[in-house]
Design a protein around this ligand. Structure first.
Ligand code: HEC
Length: 105
């Protein structure tokens, strides 16, 4: 019985660890705020969408697309430079934080 409880507990901890970490995302977002605004409320260089209004899916899709060259418009070079070093966990954590910035939520 104890063993089962332990397994259930460990399973829950894994799920928690996998979900994005908004606190970490907040730290990562400091660099982004230079162009996108502290709350992701600005159009970066007057070229980008307002990122705090994007869905989590579109946000992640855009960042991965900039990284592999399948997404972006005329100012994509700036974004590619800005997110060059982010890994999948960073992107997940950022998406979690940016979801908390949406004024309509
Ligand atoms: C040097 C300024 C700059 C920095 C720093 C920057 N961005 Fe951007 N971002 C832009 C520009 C400009 C675009 C629009 C590029 C294009 O033409 O596709 C953009 C686009 C985006 C988009 C897609 C929105 C759209 O318009 O399609 C997302 C999501 C995004 N940025 C997130 C981030 C995140 C997260 C960070 C920090 C890790 C970051 N950006 C850092 C300038 C910047």
């Amino acid at each position: 019985m104890k063993k089962i409880a332990m397994l259930v507990l460990m399973g829950t901890m894994c799920v928690v660890a996998q979900a994005g970490d908004a606190k970490r995302g907040e730290q990562l977002f400091v660099r982004c705020s230079i162009c996108h605004g502290f709350s992701g409320e600005k159009s970066a260089l007057n070229k980008s969408m307002i990122i705090n209004e994007m869905t989590r899916y579109d946000f992640i899709d855009a960042l991965k697309g900039y990284q592999d060259g399948t997404y972006g418009r005329d100012a994509k070079k700036q974004m590619q430079m800005a997110i060059r070093k982010l890994n999948d966990v960073d992107i997940d954590d950022l998406s979690d934080y940016v979801q908390t910035l949406n004024p309509k939520r």
